[in-house]
Design a binder for this molecule. Structure first.
Ligand code: SF4
Length: 114
């Protein structure tokens, strides 16, 4: 296992403006009902946990077409989940997003969709 390095300031700054993180802020759920709508429910779970040396393109592509992508990423960031692909992000991408997420919290259920 390799040790995850701390994200650099410019990576955290970029994460603040990442459209995936912005969507997660807009769609942060206040319950787990989004889980039943995930596209991954009909896909082998291993697809979303590729070995660190393997590309995650297939999983990320599936996530990008998922209707609950924002809620999924918000849940992963709330949980601090460092494994697998969630909300079209890899663990490496989420490290910087996690710092941005924690530095700029959004209330649970503060969805712009009402
Ligand atoms: S965004 Fe990806 S991991 Fe999350 S529910 Fe959708 S398909 Fe599954």
């Amino acid at each position: 296992m390799t040790r995850a390095r701390v994200p650099r300031p410019h990576e955290v700054q970029a994460a603040h403006h990442d459209p995936r993180l912005m969507r997660a802020r807009m769609e942060r759920p206040d319950n787990d009902s989004w889980r039943v709508r995930g596209r991954c429910r009909t896909v082998d779970p291993e697809t979303f946990f590729p070995p660190p040396t393997e590309p995650a393109d297939v999983a990320v592509s599936l996530c990008r077409r998922c209707p609950v992508q924002g809620a999924c990423l918000a849940a992963a960031l709330d949980a601090g989940d460092g494994n697998g692909v969630w909300g079209a992000t890899t663990p490496r991408e989420r490290r910087a997003m996690l710092v941005a997420w924690r530095n700029d919290p959004v209330p649970v259920g503060a969805s712009a969709k009402g």
